[in-house]
Design a binder for this molecule. Structure first.
Ligand SMILES: Nc1ncnc2c1ncn2[C@@H]1O[C@H](COP(=O)(O)OP(=O)(O)OP(=O)(O)O)[C@@H](O)[C@H]1O
Ligand SMILES: O=P(O)(O)OC[C@H]1O[C@](O)(CO)[C@@H](O)[C@@H]1O
Length: 331
């Protein structure tokens, strides 16, 4: 049976969203489904802003960062009226299946829509934060680690030259996946993540002890602390001031910011995006509904949308024990 499928990207854009759109276009073409792309996240659903997507759209797309459909946050969609407007517009176009590429907030939005629209809704995890339960990795996460690592490598050059303490803030919203793994891969000296944060005093004491121990061993040294965003009360400059006065040393704060969302996706994100996009389209004629497609241990999984935000996604034990030995408790 010929189906009409729609796709949108929502929330923070992530490298690999385009690779995912490409896979969806090709898989729909393969199965003879019509495909449209809604623009600007859920705003496109409310404003009936869409384009039809064919193979033409996929040329040279896999390597492009950002999203050709544009992304956005949409406050209006959270209301009953917003979801009803979206449902009406989907019905007008005769859409059978809506594929939402985004983070856990976007999946909450999809669940909200399902109360007013009877069609099939499928989610694909796309966010640099990796804070979506039920999958090992979200599309965009691996590229963001690489981007943060290459920036921290550069910070290290100047940190070493001046034997300074640097604080590097990375994104992640309220999760420490990006901070922890960027810190591990860049051989940072210390990492502060929300999952382990106890108190300002405890962290400061621990950082100071590490710096002192290193200085005793090696004399003047540089020291790099990776800090997850939103974790330090008052932000990075407050931490810099407190550490500077405690250590009687210069401390420089660096916020990496939105560069972490950009750039050409690394191969891990391209592969994940391509597999998940293809897998989602393969579900169109099944009775699977309100599920996110993801990967766990390299195998496809289908997870109820609700489980993606109701369940906790912990940092993995192996990364944490590696972190304790090579970073935070090293000296
Ligand atoms: N509880 C909710 N009810 C209805 N819609 C929601 C809800 N939460 C989020 N949304 C919709 O999903 C959009 C995206 O959510 P959000 O801003 O949390 O980003 P996200 O998908 O979690 O991605 P990222 O974390 O990468 O930015 C929101 O702007 C809103 O339109
Ligand atoms: O682009 P905005 O709306 O400032 O959002 C920034 C947030 O989005 C993300 O980049 C992705 O969720 C977070 O890491 C960050 O907290």
């Amino acid at each position: 049976m010929s189906k009409r499928v729609a796709v949108l990207t929502s929330g923070g854009d992530a490298p690999g969203m385009n690779a995912c759109i490409r896979a969806i276009v090709i898989a729909c073409e393969h199965l003879g489904y019509a495909l449209i792309g809604y623009q600007h996240g859920y705003n496109g659903l409310i404003n009936q802003e869409y384009e039809s997507l064919s193979l033409n759209a996929t040329h040279n797309l896999i390597q492009q960062g950002g999203t050709i459909l544009h992304s956005a946050r949409c406050e209006a969609f959270k209301s009953v009226q917003g979801a009803k407007d979206a449902a009406r517009n989907l019905n007008t176009l005769g859409i059978d299946t809506l594929i939402v590429i985004g983070g856990d907030g976007s999946f909450r939005g999809a669940e909200h829509l399902s109360q007013y629209w009877p069609g099939q809704i499928l989610g694909i995890p796309g966010t640099i934060d990796n804070d979506v339960a039920g999958c090992d990795a979200t599309v965009g996460y691996y590229t963001a680690i690489d981007t943060a690592v290459s920036s921290i490598d550069k910070v290290r050059d100047t940190a070493d030259a001046f034997e300074r303490i640097f604080l590097v803030e990375v994104m992640g919203r309220h999760a420490g996946f990006l901070a922890l793994n960027a810190a591990l891969a860049s051989a940072a000296d210390y990492v502060i993540v929300p999952e382990l944060f106890e108190s300002e005093d405890a962290e400061l004491k621990s950082i100071a002890a590490q710096i002192e121990a290193r200085r005793q061993l090696k004399g003047p040294v540089s020291f790099i602390v990776v800090v997850a965003e939103n974790v330090w009360p008052g932000g990075l400059s407050t931490l810099a001031e407190r550490l500077s006065s405690q250590m009687q040393s210069e401390v420089r704060p660096v916020t990496l910011g939105h560069v972490q969302r950009g750039g050409s996706p690394v191969s891990q994100d391209r592969l994940l995006a391509t597999k998940l996009g293809t897998h989602a389209v393969a579900l169109v004629e099944t009775d699977k509904n309100k599920v996110m497609v993801g990967e766990v241990n390299h195998k496809p999984v289908e997870v109820p949308l609700k489980a993606t935000w109701e369940n906790n996604k912990p940092l993995d034990d192996c990364s944490l024990s590696t972190m304790r030995i090579t970073m935070n408790n090293r000296y």
